[in-house]
Design a protein around this ligand. Structure first.
Ligand code: SAM
Length: 441
């Protein structure tokens, strides 16, 4: 098979799995990773991310070039044509190479009879200058499903276009430098790494270019981890008023667990739970690399009777399962896989988990509620309802580091980092405190 053809075949197959079968992009990429050379693998990834980021626009363009929709059994060819159009409209691949490799890919996909159609559609795309045509509807213009555009407009009347643009951009790679070794500034200087420091976040470094963890000095020794800057805000905030017995309630794969432990003394105790047993391996691997220890349990945070030993916690991190609408730039498949009806179901689950964890918190203790969602229903909506019914709960609006206030939009209650602000992911935070026994007397 000619160079690059395998990458097109793999990209079309992965896209077909996401768009047609509802599989996650991570799953789809993993299916062919092993069988591809490094070059083909990075080409396939670039094609898949690009095609999903621009899904609605690419489809609208394809529809202008087809006399009639393709038959169901030719779904894979539709994905291949999208891969072809994306190369022609958004990449530096020369047109003739993009067309010939994509036509060849239709043969490799055992659809030799479709090679003529693929060739004609892609040549027509170039000849008719389709890439220049204005998108005909909002979905194609903003490359988001209509329901999500409407939600974002309603929740963020002044910011929704900024959010949509950030969702469709590439995310930078961030490092978290372990404070037991260094600050991000020192680490950057020592290893001459090109990147940007953010005021108020001493351990975070935004890299100019992504790199493999094998090229990160001290990665294997736990001196540095890969974690978005916004995700790094949670642990120091939770521990800002002191460290006691800590629960990380939805912990896998352990990014924030590791950071909490880096900030805690070796004697302090942390329990990390997650309901997905398979994902606990991620926590264990993270902690082994960092050389740090916690009690790690497969447990359902919404059903504490099954696992809780009766000893209350002083700090609880609830990094709740959510729509992940704040991290679409890292997972563009979310735009296709998430349904509007998921949001109410997620809010119900988030509330249930919050209710049951609250009874595990000591009087005077803190619970930090975190999501990587930008939707009000999962964020301030959940916390507002909780505060209205929970007499012993109050929001603490004092941020642990003054400068991070500039990165956040104030919500009532809580704070939102919007995706793209300083290159950060979209995260919501609300810090709740439980009345001390003295207060409640
Ligand atoms: C946003 S992710 C957590 C990311 C993690 N805190 C980190 O920083 O690496 C949410 C996690 O919640 C877990 N989860 C979902 N429902 C849960 C439940 N009822 N109890 C405990 N964990 C749950 C999921 O398996 C998932 O790993």
């Amino acid at each position: 098979m000619k160079a690059g053809v395998k990458a097109r075949v793999a990209a079309a197959t992965a896209l077909d799995a996401v768009v047609g079968d509802g599989k996650s992009l991570d799953w789809a990429l993993a299916q062919s990773d092993e069988s591809l050379a490094l070059n083909d693998r990075s080409m396939m990834r670039m094609l898949c991310y690009g095609c999903l980021r621009n899904h609605w626009q690419l489809r609208a363009q394809l529809m202008q070039l087809l006399d009639r929709p393709l038959k169901k059994r030719d779904r894979i060819i539709e994905s291949l044509l999208i891969v072809g159009i994306f190369q022609l409209s958004d990449t530096r691949v020369p047109d003739h190479a993009a067309v010939s490799a994509t036509v060849e890919a239709s043969r490799a996909l055992r659809r030799p009879k479709m090679a003529g159609l693929v060739n004609a559609v892609l040549r027509n795309f170039v000849r008719r200058n389709i890439a220049r045509l204005d998108p005909t509807n909002d979905e194609a213009r903003y490359n988001h499903p209509q329901w999500l555009i409407e939600r974002l407009r309603a929740d963020w009347p002044d910011h929704w276009q900024q959010i949509v643009a950030a969702n469709n951009a590439q995310a930078p790679m961030w490092l978290r430098v372990n404070p037991r070794f260094d600050t991000a500034e020192k680490y950057q200087q020592t290893h001459e790494i090109e990147g940007t420091l953010v005021a108020g976040m001493e351990q975070a470094l935004r890299l100019k270019e992504p790199r493999s963890v094998d090229d990160l000095p001290g990665f294997l020794e736990g001196q540095v981890s890969v974690q978005d800057g916004a995700a790094q805000i949670a642990a120091p905030w939770l521990l800002a008023k002191g460290v006691g017995k800590v629960l990380d309630a939805c912990a896998a794969p352990g990014g924030k667990t590791g950071q909490l432990l880096e900030l805690m003394s070796d004697e302090a105790k942390l329990t990390a739970i997650d309901s997905d047993e398979k994902r606990l391996t991620g926590i264990r691997e993270n902690l082994a690399r960092l050389g740090l220890a916690a009690t790690v349990l497969a447990a359902d945070a919404s059903n504490t009777e099954d696992w809780w030993d009766g000893e209350s916690f002083d700090q609880i991190l609830l990094d709740a399962p959510c729509s992940a609408t704040g991290v679409i730039r890292r997972h563009p498949d979310i735009k296709l896989l998430r349904r509007e009806s998921d949001i109410a179901a997620l809010a119900t689950l988030q509330e249930r988990i919050l209710d049951s964890l609250w009874s595990l918190l000591n009087p005077g203790g803190r619970l930090l509620y975190v999501t990587c969602s930008v939707l009000a229903e999962e964020n301030d909506g959940v916390i507002r309802r909780f505060l209205a019914k929970q007499d012993d709960a109050a929001e603490d609006r004092v941020l642990h580091a003054y400068n991070i206030r500039d990165l956040m939009v104030e919500k009532a209650p809580g704070f939102q980092v919007l995706p793209g602000t300083e290159g950060l992911d979209g995260f919501y935070f609300a810090c709740l405190e439980k009345a001390s026994e003295k207060d409640s007397r």
